[in-house]
Design a protein around this ligand. Structure first.
Ligand code: BGC
Length: 416
């Protein structure tokens, strides 16, 4: 009896300790599709395991445009979430507002500097201090395909060039199926566009035109050819594409209605969540002409300054968990991406992820590693938005000539 009382007292003490440190962590993200929700669920589990309360703040809308609008209004009203999915140069813009928390003590304790590729660590820091924690590396320049549809259409291998792609697409059309599953939203249009630019012009041209926004590159014949190729791709999409969500386009590929989709590897998360097997049910390959390049998209959580001590503790635990080996593995297995933390074992990952990991390392050496513009990794948000609008206007309206699109893109690129 006495022993039991002692044990009960000990349990009560531990519980009290846990409550003293447990905090609520509100996390804003846009991971609402099947594969995405499963992935973020893993982070929730880890945080709950540490005794914290997870307050989910999901704002639907692929690519995150809606989430960013909601985030702005919450911060302006002085009530930010503890953490928000913010990426690339936008992290710097938020940090310059003075609203982000300094994560240096967690980063130092967990040795982030030695666990992250420098190109990634630099994006997570503002004036040398960590203000965000990276989650993964998504590759954007992928092409996904349904193996059975290709077989039905008589397409023997995944096309490697845009010319081969159009031959394959014609065969799919002849077989009565949709060659390209597409969702007509600005960020999806641009996801396809940047892969076309990369495939047509190569890594240096991509860098000059879309990252450096060099007017000479934007007005060049190579950009003209890229736009012509992009318009040709549109001819292989279906009439119901405008406004369609990306995961519904992925579903068309899964359901054998469409052959291909140009999308980052969160699409793989969707295939996997539906029980599809890579290499058997669905195939992955670099978008035509882009196998020696890699457009990267690193998801990350920026942390906002909070007053409450328990909430600050929960926030620090979240940052540490995100970079921990347990989360990096289980999250990325579900999400379709690869761990951002260096030296992680890849044995549980599938061949698409292994190829991504190998190509990430190879392209970092060769100069083929490039930031995705479509996913907010490369340029200031204002210019990015304006360029995306110009590209989508061209995609949506066949009356906009290639020359007009070129000058609209160049004008948008000049926006400060
Ligand atoms: C994000 C991914 C997300 C995708 C679709 C991208 O910008 O980086 O994590 O799955 O949008 O919502």
């Amino acid at each position: 009896m006495r022993k039991l009382t002692g044990l009960a007292a000990a349990v009560a003490l531990v519980a009290a300790g846990a409550t003293a440190h447990a905090g609520e962590v509100e996390v804003l993200h846009w991971w609402t599709s099947g594969g995405e929700a499963k992935s973020v669920g893993e982070l929730k589990k880890i945080m709950q395991g540490k005794g914290h309360t997870w307050k989910d703040f999901a704002v639907a809308g692929g690519g995150g445009d809606n989430a960013m609008t909601v985030l702005k209004s919450r911060v302006v009203s002085g009530n930010p979430a503890a953490a928000a999915q913010i990426k690339g140069p936008a992290i710097q813009e938020w940090a310059a507002e003075g609203v982000l928390a300094n994560l240096d003590s967690v980063a130092a304790a967990e040795k982030w500097d030695s666990l992250l590729p420098k190109v990634v660590a630099d994006v997570m820091k503002y004036k040398g201090n960590y203000v965000a924690a990276p989650v993964n590396v998504h590759r954007v320049n992928w092409m996904w395909a349904n193996a059975a549809v290709l077989k039905k259409a008589g397409v023997a291998t995944m096309p490697k060039t845009w010319d081969e792609f159009f031959v394959a697409a014609d065969k799919v059309k002849k077989a009565g199926l949709i060659p390209v599953a597409h969702g007509g939203q600005n960020w999806q249009d641009f996801t396809t566009f940047e892969s076309v630019v990369l495939g047509v012009g190569g890594a240096k041209f991509y860098q000059d035109a879309l990252v450096k926004l060099d007017p000479k590159a934007l007005n060049s014949d190579t950009m003209k050819k890229s736009l012509e190729t992009f318009r040709k791709v549109k001819g292989y999409t279906d009439a119901a594409a405008p406004g369609r969500d990306w995961n519904l386009a992925t579903a068309m590929v899964m359901q054998e209605k469409a052959a291909f989709q140009f999308m980052g590897d969160w699409a793989k998360g969707e295939f996997l969540a539906a029980g599809k097997v890579p290499g058997k049910d669905f195939l992955c390959a670099a978008a035509p002409g882009t196998s020696t390049s890699y457009t990267f998209n690193v998801d990350s959580f920026a942390m906002f300054k909070l007053k409450d001590a328990a909430a600050q503790k929960a926030q620090g635990d979240l940052a540490a968990a995100i970079m921990g080996t347990e989360f990096q593995e289980v999250f990325n297995l579900n999400k379709g991406s690869i761990p951002v933390r260096l030296n992680m074992k890849m044995d549980k990952f599938d061949d698409c992820a292994k190829m991504s990991s190998k190509d990430f390392v190879a392209t970092a050496k060769s100069g083929g590693l490039l930031p995705s513009v479509a996913h907010g990794m490369a340029i200031r948000p204002a210019a990015e938005g304006a360029i995306k609008d110009a590209v989508s206007q061209f995609w949506n309206d066949d009356k906009v000539t290639v020359a007009a699109a070129q000058s609209r893109i160049a004008a948008a690129a000049a926006i400060q």
